[in-house]
Design a protein around this ligand. Structure first.
Ligand SMILES: [Zn+2]
Length: 330
């Protein structure tokens, strides 16, 4: 791995750590002895979560609230602000110092989360999330798409730890992804690189929210499964677990063939809930379709971070932001 590897948000804290250890009996050292953390926030379609993430990726506090239905933008913001206040109190209790805010948000979003319009939060359309959080916390706020944040977490501490080339996917209510190439998480023109849910896996298939037909998201997401089967994805048949795996494997093969990858990490409640049946079908489908010399043998593997992944990912976004700011690169 190269020293510039963006998937490892380490390094911001090194100098501070050294001072801390040598300052134990300094009466002025209260601040210096405090461990630094990122206040991590996950904006999901059905819940807001917040936590405190250390520079080693430990999640030392967490809390969540359900997203209310049919309320206005300020009501959503008020419940989020409540979580932020709670995390500041937890930071005081644990004698840690909040260095910055890191956010992973459901999309679509604009770059750095200047505005967010999560599909499943109807009350937030072009909501100025970054500036509102900066105003509330008086801290630097760094943000990215939730699936890209998860890719950072997987590369940092999860199933892609230390890998410079991989794709991370979430198969949940919707389907998202993040792509790390040559040690860098791809942003793209508008920051939306990695929207794997819109790879077409069934030509002429179901109409997708994006306007195309047969996208992975329209065929294999939790919402799609519910629409197709009339049952929630928590009550799947064997066939639907198999079919979902096959379609995800098909998309994974296109990614591996197109981007020269051999590792796809999959998280999200639907994929992890379907478990071995899903992953077996996905691997068979990937094996069938990734046959180029560089993509043959590609693996599809479950996330190792379970339900901590989104908050660790948001923490990773925060640490990455601080490191970039320290370099003057923003
Ligand atoms: Zn689509």
């Amino acid at each position: 791995m190269t020293p510039s590897n963006e998937t490892v948000p380490d390094g911001v804290h090194d100098g501070a750590d050294d001072r801390r250890h040598s300052d134990v009996d300094d009466s002025d050292g209260d601040q210096a002895r405090r461990r630094d953390v990122i206040l991590a926030i996950d904006i999901g379609g059905t819940k807001f979560a917040a936590g405190l993430v250390t520079a080693r990726g430990e999640l030392i506090a967490r809390s969540r609230v359900e997203v209310e239905r049919d309320v206005g933008p300020e009501s959503h913001y008020t419940s989020l602000a409540g979580l932020v206040t709670e995390m500041h109190a937890r930071a005081d209790d644990q004698e840690v110092r909040v260095r910055a805010v890191g956010v992973g948000s459901a999309g679509p979003v604009t770059r750095h989360l200047e505005s967010v319009s999560p599909v499943n939060i109807a009350g937030w359309r072009d909501f100025p999330l970054r500036s509102r959080l900066a105003e509330l916390t008086e801290l630097a706020v760094y943000g990215d798409l939730d699936a890209k944040a998860l890719a950072l977490a997987e590369g940092w501490l999860g199933a892609a730890q230390g890998q410079p080339n991989f794709c991370a996917m979430t198969v949940s209510t919707g389907i998202g992804g993040g792509i790390v190439l040559d040690g860098e998480l791809l942003d793209g023109e508008s920051g939306n690189a990695g929207h794997i849910g819109h790879i077409i896996v069934e030509p002429g298939g179901r109409r997708c929210g994006c306007g195309a037909q047969g996208c992975l998201e329209a065929e294999a997401s939790g919402l799609a499964i519910e629409a197709i089967t009339g049952r929630p994805p928590t009550e799947p048949t064997y066939e639907i677990m198999q079919r979902t795996g096959t379609l995800v494997g098909r998309a994974a093969a296109s990614i591996c063939n197109g981007l020269d990858l051999t590792l796809v990490v999959v998280g999200g409640a639907v994929a992890l809930g379907f478990g071995a049946t899903f992953f077996h079908s996905a691997q068979v489908s990937l094996d069938e379709n990734a046959r180029l010399p560089y993509s043959r043998g590609a693996r599809i593997t479950p996330s190792r971070l379970a339900d901590s992944g989104p908050l660790i990912g948001a923490g990773a976004v925060g640490w990455r932001g601080l490191r970039r700011a320290a370099r003057g690169a923003s």
